[in-house]
Design a protein around this ligand. Structure first.
Ligand code: EPU
Length: 440
């Protein structure tokens, strides 16, 4: 039976939510534990679907995982790993893209790895060509099979000089997780430098890795022979924090996000202030609220860190439907991250999508037929609608639009949101949302 969420809109979200470790760090930190010869301990782990998927994948490879969801403490013991059956990997990989990051650690531990066809949010093609290319450069042999990809390292893995065509987060993580135990030195040019990458580097350094980050997107890794375990507290989820901040603006509410870290949200907070959103920072988190003044439109471009993150774009677009004037958003990280606006239009929003790079410098998607710029005119009155959640951030955006809208909305596919938003329904109810879950 499918779950159906009924939302009565029009009530401001008010109260407090607690955000724990980052969805885009925790699963990678769990994979890093595979490289150790001793157990690792990770704290601040959220209870989300992606953590469950990686737990299962680690367990079928022989890693003992001991979790306490209430405290968020996780112990990972990799001392007895082995190759898992392909059918088992396929069965547990679910919708996640994390399995691709098992390649380096599994080749170091077992000499081979198998990667099933990958899932993840449908926000573009999401190829893995950078991953496979860097693995080949380390000396891996890549065999594509009808069910997935088999990767082996018959002559071991050796450090390499690498350049990414785009500062991909996943491919940078692939390089880090492979290079730390590869023989010799790896130099990666055009690397991603997101806060989650720095947190992964901190973890690997604790394990015994030698990694230097230079100021110009160059990362140098000196391979070592053995890594131990780590004890680490995951950085908070800046995407979840930014999502609740947008929810406060969209619903004219007031939300204290316990755990939100200003340091990792600089670009978001600048934009929030320019639109007219208010925030105040204390030692434990950040309070976000709508001050009652009309919101202001803006011209915005998503970018890799330290720019305005693509994951913040979708919830903020909902807030821009309430701004007085015309806003332009140019998406430069994913070619297809505006699909969610179709439902917003049905709810009364005025959003035109364009193939051109609007409002700022040309990006690699210009002239390539991708609808990757949006022109948003506001303010509009949003009204309730029937919605099917398309992807994680798009789904959150639809939900906050429904919470701000006049009338009733019905939402299917809500399970997708559990991939990245911990205790999502409880948090909504705690903020005073008028929501009811049923089966149909
Ligand atoms: N790309 C390629 N080839 C590759 C890898 C990436 O062309 O082999 C392209 C992608 O298609 C995309 C761009 O490079 O256009 C950037 O992708 P990146 O590799 O940086 O993304 P990712 O590692 O797959 C992570 C997060 C995303 C987040 C991006 C950007 C995880 C599990 N996912 O994805 O998070 O948007 O980095 O910061 O860490 C989300 O949380 O909703 C989400 C999608």
């Amino acid at each position: 039976m499918a779950k159906l969420l009924t939302v009565q809109g029009g009530k401001p979200l008010e109260g407090s939510v607690h955000v724990r470790g980052a969805k885009n760090l925790v699963p990678k930190a769990m994979v890093a534990a595979l490289l150790g010869s001793e157990p690792s301990q990770l704290r601040n782990v959220p209870e989300i679907k992606d953590v469950e998927i990686v737990t299962n994948l680690l367990q079928i490879h022989g890693v003992k995982v001991d979790a306490d969801p209430a405290t968020g403490d996780l112990t990972l013991d990799p001392r007895d790993t082995y190759s898992a059956a392909h059918s088992e990997i396929d069965a547990y990989a679910g919708d996640s893209r994390i399995p691709i990051l098992f390649c380096g650690p599994l080749m170091h531990q077992n000499g081979e790895a198998f990667i099933p066809d990958l899932g993840g949010c449908r926000i573009g093609d999401r190829p893995i060509n950078y991953h496979l290319e860097v693995l080949r450069n380390f000396g891996a042999v890549v065999d594509k099979t009808p069910t997935g990809i088999h990767i082996s390292a018959p002559r071991g893995l050796k450090g390499a000089k690498l350049t990414l065509p785009f500062p991909s987060v996943g491919a940078t993580e692939q390089v880090l997780l492979t290079a730390v135990l590869a023989e010799g030195i790896t130099e990666l040019d055009n690397a991603a430098v997101e806060p989650e990458i720095h947190d992964l580097i901190a973890i690997l350094q604790q394990m015994g890795a030698i990694i230097t980050v230079f100021t110009d997107r160059v990362i140098r890794i000196e391979g070592v022979e053995r890594l131990s375990g780590y004890r680490h507290r995951a950085i908070p989820d800046r995407n979840e924090s930014a999502s609740w901040a947008s929810a406060a603006l969209v619903t004219q509410g007031d939300i204290y996000v316990k755990g939100a870290a200003q340091r990792d949200l600089t670009a978001f907070l600048n934009t929030y202030r320019k639109i007219g959103g208010e925030f105040s920072v204390d030692d434990e988190g950040i309070r976000f609220w709508h001050a009652g003044h009309p919101l202001k439109p803006l011209v915005l471009e998503t970018d890799v860190h330290p720019g305005f993150m693509t994951d913040w774009q979708q919830p903020l677009v909902v807030a821009l439907t309430q701004a007085h004037g015309v806003s332009i958003v140019h998406e430069t990280v994913y070619e297809n991250r505006f699909g969610f606006t179709e439902a917003l239009e049905r709810m009364g929003a005025s959003i035109q999508l364009h193939r051109e790079c609007l409002g700022s410098s040309p990006c690699r998607f210009g002239q390539r037929n991708f609808l990757h710029s949006a022109v948003i005119s506001g303010p509009v009155e949003l009204k309730g609608a029937e919605i099917n959640v398309p992807d994680l951030r798009g789904g959150f955006s639809h939900l906050i639009a429904a919470l701000a809208a006049k009338g009733t909305s019905t939402v299917t596919g809500i399970e997708v949101i559990n991939r990245g938003y911990e205790h999502f329904m409880d948090k909504l109810v705690g903020l005073g949302a008028d929501v009811e879950m049923s089966e149909r």
